[in-house]
Design a protein around this ligand. Structure first.
Ligand code: SRM
Ligand code: SF4
Length: 552
């Protein structure tokens, strides 16, 4: 299976030795003296949706272990009861915040080992799971989140749920450890019928899109399904393969890549085709080097024609030629809108995706109050924002009143650049962060807002994304402006992605210090203000002018 003569990576040997993914998690969980899991168990915990982290602000006073837990929510849609339970669990067992992720789900941060099982049990009791939200498996599947997509959006959501179920690993360890709490009697002969003993070489991400909208950044996924809609019906999907954002500083063999559209499939063919693609990753992905193990490297190295032929062979079908489509926009729907069924929905801007109460606003309390009182459905967007849906028109005024009473920032009062922009988590919880991201972003955006204001572009909706390291969790390499953490206070500066997320940005400066950001950007904004053609976006101007001047 390994396409290289190098020895399998340590993770491969671990999975092979414990294919049920149990390790010694249950024993450590039962030991009140231990505040942490072993390094080997950390690898298994990921498959259960748990990351063992430490608060990096507190390292100097001794490592304090805390857990991050990720929930599975295909398409990011949950019921009011589920939202209220997750909110309750976050108040009781986590750091009283919930983090909306760039893949439309929620993370708990700061859970102590002693509260881990109770939190995971609570999540499961609300009929959600944490299984397979991390690890070498198919991850949370993204779909367009706007209720305005109506029946087509609902069909994609149903497909996402079906695939999510289909690709869920079947190990009994998850139930045994977290839900039954029984002594595990698991055999190392266990083989997952789909994933085998060693699962995938790396994570596998699937996203759906409905052109002309591309709010899920579909080409950044290992596998993208682009709905082709005729007469209000999904007639099939263009299939895109081989996207991914992760790279490493100083390692040219790693790179961000956009997926290639390789053909068209009917809705009935989705499961067999996605299965074929996942098994290509399973069987041809690099199991010797985890930095080179994503499907994108198989597609880049073996070529699109090879992948199409292999996929057709495995799925037992012939792909049709891709159908015409165009992405022209992305972004979340903010403010009040009407659903196709006449009810209302409200798109709220959630700064850096962090649901919390602060001195200036009590967003978390306001949401709890609204969801409790009006039983609104809750949707998370791939832009780390939130939508309240299925609202009767007569409740709009009451909801507005609750938001105002809690000081919740309304999208129309927030600059266009801030609304369009996202940050990954980074410090203090992410072990891989080289620089600040979520915590520094609101301040960095102030610098960008004032530089834009100085050249008369205060209302320009430029997409800015920041990450604390090159892994790309906020998908920075498709943004118009991207800051990629290198070291404390230092970032690589990328320019030239576009709103529709169909073009990769290019590196402009290897190092920019945070305090120099506006000095760096102001001259570019001034040129853009002068030279742009009609409604040309900043990213398009960069690609037309700076790239042609061969400045990048
Ligand atoms: Fe990510 C690892 C957070 C979306 C690429 N990501 C991590 C970890 C788990 C750090 C770790 O491995 O120790 C971060 C947890 C920090 C914390 O304390 O919360 C983390 N990733 C996130 C989230 C929460 C960022 C956010 O701002 O929302 C997103 C959770 C998504 C989810 O719900 O599943 C998140 N991560 C992404 C995305 C975007 C996407 O999937 O659309 C990417 C780029 C797309 C891709 O996969 O290519 C992404 N995360 C990575 C990578 C690089 C993978 C690679 O191929 O090289 C890592 C590092 C790794 O896996 O070794 C990583
Ligand atoms: Fe952590 Fe890097 Fe992902 Fe940010 S991009 S959350 S720093 S892994």
């Amino acid at each position: 299976m390994t396409p290289s003569s190098n020895p399998p990576s340590a993770n491969e040997l671990l999975k092979l030795a414990h294919p049920t993914l149990d390790g010694t998690i249950a024993q450590t969980l039962a030991d009140p003296q231990s505040d942490r899991f072993s390094d080997d168990d950390n690898q298994f915990l990921k498959f259960h949706g748990v990351y063992q982290e430490d608060d990096r602000d507190l390292r100097k006073t001794g490592k304090k272990y805390i857990m991050m837990i990720r929930v599975r929510a295909p398409g990011g849609v949950i019921t009011p009861a589920q939202y209220l339970e997750l909110d309750r669990l976050s108040e009781r067992y986590a750091n009283r915040t919930l983090r909306i992720t760039s893949r439309q789900t929620l993370q708990f941060h700061g859970v102590l080992k002693s509260n881990l099982a109770a939190t995971i049990r609570g999540i499961n009791e609300s009929l959600l799971t944490t299984l397979a939200t991390c690890g070498d498996v198919v991850r949370n599947i993204t779909t367009p989140s706007s209720p305005a997509e109506g029946a087509v959006g609902a069909e994609l959501l149903a497909q996402a749920h079906k695939l999510s179920e289909f690709f869920s690993p079947i190990t009994p360890a998850y139930h045994g450890i977290w839900l039954d709490g029984k002594e595990l009697q698991l055999s190392d002969d266990f083989v997952d019928p789909l994933y085998g003993k060693t699962y995938l070489p790396r994570k596998f991400k699937i996203g759906f899109a409905i052109p002309p909208g591309n709010e899920t950044d579909v080409f950044t996924n290992d596998l993208g399904l682009i709905a082709i809609v005729e007469g209000g019906k999904v007639v099939g999907y263009n299939l895109a393969l081989g996207g991914g954002m992760g790279r490493s500083h100083g390692n040219e063999a790693t790179f961000a890549r956009l997926a290639d559209v390789i053909g068209f499939i009917t809705p009935e063919q989705v499961e067999q085709v996605v299965l074929a693609a996942v098994t290509i990753h399973r069987d041809f992905g690099d199991r010797t080097n985890r930095k080179h193990a994503r499907l994108k490297y198989v597609v880049a190295e073996r070529g699109v024609d090879w992948v199409r032929t292999e996929l057709e062979k495995r799925a037992g079908i012939r792909l049709q030629a891709p159908r015409p489509f165009a992405f022209t926009r992305a972004g979340d729907p903010f403010g009040w809108h009407t659903q196709p069924d006449g009810r209302k929905f409200l798109g709220l801007f959630i700064e850096t995706g962090r649901l919390q109460d602060t001195e200036s606003h009590r967003t978390k309390t306001a949401l709890r109050t609204i969801v409790e009182q009006f039983q609104t459905e809750v949707r998370f967007t791939a832009g780390n924002n939130l939508i309240l849906s299925n609202i009767a028109s007569e409740n709009v005024a009451a909801i507005d009143k609750i938001l105002d009473a809690h000081g919740v920032p309304r999208p129309e009062k927030i600059s266009a650049v801030r609304r369009a922009s996202t940050a990954c988590v980074a410090l203090p919880t992410c072990a891989l962060a080289l620089a600040e991201s979520e915590r520094a972003f609101p301040g960095l955006l102030k610098r960008i807002e004032s530089a834009l204001g100085e050249v008369g572009l205060a209302e320009q909706p430029i997409i800015v994304r920041i990450t604390g390291c090159p892994n790309g969790c906020s998908r920075p390499y498709v943004a118009e402006i991207a800051l990629v953490g290198k070291a404390p206070g230092k970032y690589q500066l990328y320019l030239g992605g576009n709103e529709a997320a169909t073009r990769l940005a290019r590196i402009w400066k290897e190092v920019v210090r945070d305090e120099e950001l506006s000095v760096e950007l102001r001259p570019l904004f001034a040129r853009y203000a002068q030279e742009r053609l009609g409604g040309e976006s900043f990213g398009d101007w960069v690609a037309r002018v700076l790239w042609n001047e061969q400045l990048i």
